[in-house]
Design a protein around this ligand. Structure first.
Ligand code: NAD
Ligand code: UDP
Length: 312
């Protein structure tokens, strides 16, 4: 069994990852500054004998003895990462440097949660890992996109220069229970608006597309990739290739919640990607991984989660 550090472990994806790693019998240290994470996400783990929570900011160095590192610390929703863009890019770059330094000292295998945002507003569709992307370096999304691109560069330079055992994953839009009601991402926004009987806010005309992966599928991909002993460093796309327009998503959520909400249109934010769908052939070939949870099933679970939290 491994001693595992999960940075950003109190967040949406990190807390699900901590659950799965503990179920598999590992020791887990969750490091988080609670910027967008919540203690409530890990409250059920605090008494677990193999779980430890540590309040810390990845911008500052940390010294631990571990076998594996998952680096997830970074705000992920545009609303949150644009709140303090300088802090966002520091988190990506300094967080990566500190995780890589720790991996260099301990010999740990180190995982980076990168993103489909490295493809920017993609001119190639669907996006394979070989695509270099179409990213604005000076726009309002750049703190996140370029921060994550720089983190990928650091991971591959440490891999080449110091022979670090790295795993870089490019995550496509993922949703599920424990998303925050007010974090601005489209799935949580639409569900919460529908449950509150408010109009669903579509940015632009709603023809832009995204591919939505359910959280359990994604975390399964994370663990398979870390377990893979072939030494393949990535980058590896993980996401669900089902592609939907935001209009389709809004209509689905209204139908599934039985809400009387209507749709309203708001201006499209700057540099909002027009289309996005992962090419997951490498994950299928190397890990035998593909998503199992269809959008309807995943949305049902997520709606149930928000029905509970909205009642409180
Ligand atoms: P989240 O905001 O729920 O989780 C991020 C966690 O990192 C939070 O617990 C937050 O408090 C913590 N954090 C932020 N800055 C920190 C800092 N400086 N020091 C320590 N902790 C810090 O978001 P998420 O959806 O769980 O995303 C997790 C990771 O996956 C992020 O790196 C994100 O970029 C990446 N990702 C997520 C998605 C997605 O669709 N959910 C898509 C692409 C990439
Ligand atoms: N979006 C929307 N209404 C909302 C929130 C988001 O139409 O209330 C759109 C947004 O403009 C984008 C898509 O939904 O085109 C996905 O947005 P999200 O912030 O979830 O993720 P990202 O843009 O980072 O993929």
């Amino acid at each position: 069994m491994k001693r595992i550090l999960v940075t950003g472990g109190a967040g949406f994806l990190g807390s699900h990852l901590c659950d799965v790693l503990l179920e598999k019998g590992h020791d887990v240290i969750c490091l988080d500054n609670y910027f967008t994470g919540r203690k409530a996400n890990i409250a059920h783990l605090l008494d677990h004998p193999r779980f430890e929570a540590m309040r810390h900011d990845v911008i500052d160095p940390f010294k631990l003895e571990v076998d594996w590192i998952f680096n997830l610390a970074c705000p992920a929703s545009p609303v949150h990462y644009q709140h303090n863009p300088i802090k966002t890019i520091k988190t990506s770059v300094m967080g990566a440097i500190h995780c890589l330094g720790l991996a260099k000292r301990t010999g740990a295998r180190v995982f980076q949660a990168s993103t489909s945002e490295v493809y920017g507003d993609p001119a190639v569709h669907p996006q394979p890992e070989s695509y270099w992307g179409n990213v604005n370096p000076i726009g309002i999304r750049s703190c996140y996109d370029e921060g994550k691109r720089c983190a990928e560069t650091l991971f591959f330079d440490y891999h080449r220069q110091n022979h670090l055992d790295i795993r870089v994953v490019r995550i496509f839009n993922t949703y599920g229970p424990r998303m925050m009601a007010d974090d601005g991402r489209v799935v949580s926004n639409f569900i919460v608006q529908a449950l509150r009987g408010e109009d669903l806010t579509i940015y632009g005309d709603g023809t832009q597309t995204r591919s939505f992966c359910y959280v359990s599928d994604l975390v399964d991909g994370f663990v398979r990739f870390m377990d893979d002993g072939s030494g393949f460093p990535g980058p590896l796309n993980l996401g669900n290739p089902g592609e939907f327009t935001m209009l389709e998503l809004a209509e689905k959520v209204i139908a599934m919640t039985g809400s009387r909400s209507k749709i309203t249109h708001l201006p499209l934010p700057q540099d909002d990607p027009k289309q996005r769908r992962p090419d997951i052939r490498i994950a299928k070939e190397r890990l035998g991984w593909e998503p199992k949870v269809a959008l309807d099933e995943g949305l049902e679970n997520t709606i149930r989660h928000f029905q509970k939290t909205e009642k409180r």
